[in-house]
Design a protein around this ligand. Structure first.
Ligand code: UT7
Length: 383
């Protein structure tokens, strides 16, 4: 049976940092309150960057560390709740920017658990042998879906992207177990409307009126807090049992980064020291689906993972969803930053994308590719 190994990892933060003091100029809050109640001091926010660009940057870095060619990638999954479009998917755009010409690509919606869901989907695809190499990305521009008048939510979130490259091998190790959970009955405690529903002229009075439906996060903070502190210890215990290991065997837990107090409470319930959890919420805030792969990269950079260590990823969030994975960290330490040649190739990909778009529109104008319907009509006329 094939095993899915993490062979590359990368992350991207937009350069603009936003401090608590800056936020306190637009809502009634303070650096002291935010740090004490959440552990967050600052977060990064996009100025001009898109979710697609951040996802691409993280993926390109992960591919450089994996030391593979983008043409080896069979599958690109982007976990995001803040795509530029419902379609084309962020994943398809990233696939084209990478020049991953043999890959399938799709976006996945499971809020802050999305990265762990994506990791499991890719692992299952690798285990069947259908896919050999997959890139799993979490990418978010949360700053664009916040109500900046709501101090209960706008202080929490940040932007960024993280990615891993998974590759199949017959050598045991890599992703040892995964568990995905959902409870849709709690959907109302943490939500973000996906589509602005335009009034439909034929349907009198049906649907929201203009301006009624704002695409911002709505959250019952205390309920989400209680949910998170309940499910983290529960799913961690379940997934280690499935992997056939004990909590003492776990070197590090990389949780979804939402609130330091949530992690402290979960550690207490698990009976372990909170420093067994890796935390970067202090400077990243909550980057939803991007938070676990970003934290993983920072944990590797900080030397918190050694070869053969066992690491757990645990995510929780909107849906409600929660998920966990146990991974044997057997990736070779192959730290090379983006070699110039790869960057050049990605630059050329942008031109290639534009060339293909132009080619498609020229062909459409000169009637080079009629639809099957048009072809049938032509055939009918000739009869
Ligand atoms: O990815 C998963 C997403 N979400 C989460 O993980 C969030 C989980 N929840 C939390 O992290 C916490 O519930 C929050 C940080 C959101 C809120 O902290 P809390 O300790 O649960 O505060 P609270 O909602 O119980 O509010 C306590 C007080 C209230 O004032 P009163 O009614 O006691 O006078 C709030 O109005 O704190 C007030 N408050 C604030 N004060 C200053 C709420 N937000 C703020 C704020 N600054 N930003």
């Amino acid at each position: 049976m094939k095993h899915a190994h993490i062979i590359g990892w990368g992350h991207y933060f937009p350069p603009r940092e936003l401090s608590n003091d800056e936020i306190s100029k637009v809502v009634d809050t303070s650096d002291e309150w935010i740090q004490a109640r959440t552990g967050i001091a600052s977060r990064h926010i996009v100025e001009t960057e898109t979710t697609t660009q951040m996802a691409f940057e993280a993926a390109a870095r992960a591919i450089a560390i994996a030391d593979i060619s983008p043409s080896e990638v069979d599958l690109v999954i982007v976990a995001t709740s803040t795509p530029e479009n419902m379609f084309p998917s962020t994943a398809s755009q990233v696939q084209a920017l990478l020049g991953a010409d043999s890959a399938g690509a799709f976006d996945l919606s499971a809020a802050c658990s999305g990265f762990v869901y994506g990791l499991d989907m890719a692992t299952q695809a690798i285990k069947t042998g259908a896919v050999r190499t997959a890139v799993v990305i979490g990418a978010e521009k949360m700053s664009r879906v916040l109500d900046w008048d709501d101090r209960g939510t706008c202080i929490l979130f940040g932007d960024g992207a993280g990615a891993v490259v998974l590759q199949g091998s017959n050598i045991p190790g890599g992703v040892m177990a995964s568990m995905l959970r959902s409870d849709g009955s709690g959907g109302n405690v943490l939500s973000l409307p996906a589509v602005y529903e335009n009034p439909v002229p034929f349907l009198n009075g049906s649907g929201p009126k203009k301006g009624e439906n704002r695409n911002v996060i709505d959250m019952e903070g205390r309920q989400v807090f209680r949910f998170a502190t309940r499910v983290i210890p529960q799913i961690v215990n379940e997934v280690i049992e499935q992997a056939g290991i004990a909590i003492e065997d776990v070197a590090l837990i990389v949780p979804h980064q939402a609130n330091t107090r949530i992690i402290e409470s979960a550690a207490k319930k698990l009976g372990i020291n909170p420093n067994r959890f890796f935390l970067n919420v202090n400077h990243a805030g909550n980057t939803s689906a991007a938070s676990i792969p970003i934290a993983l990269c920072e944990a590797v950079q900080a030397g918190r993972l050694k070869p053969n260590d066992i690491v757990i990823f645990v995510g929780f969030g909107g849906g409600l969803t929660w998920a966990a994975s146990v991974i044997r960290w057997d990736a070779g330490p192959n730290y090379q930053d983006n070699p110039g040649i790869a960057r050049m190739r990605y630059g050329l990909n942008r031109y290639r994308m534009r060339y293909r778009q132009l080619h498609r529109s020229v062909m459409a104008r000169i009637g080079g590719s009629p639809t099957p319907n048009a072809r049938l009509k032509d055939a009918d006329k000739k009869k």
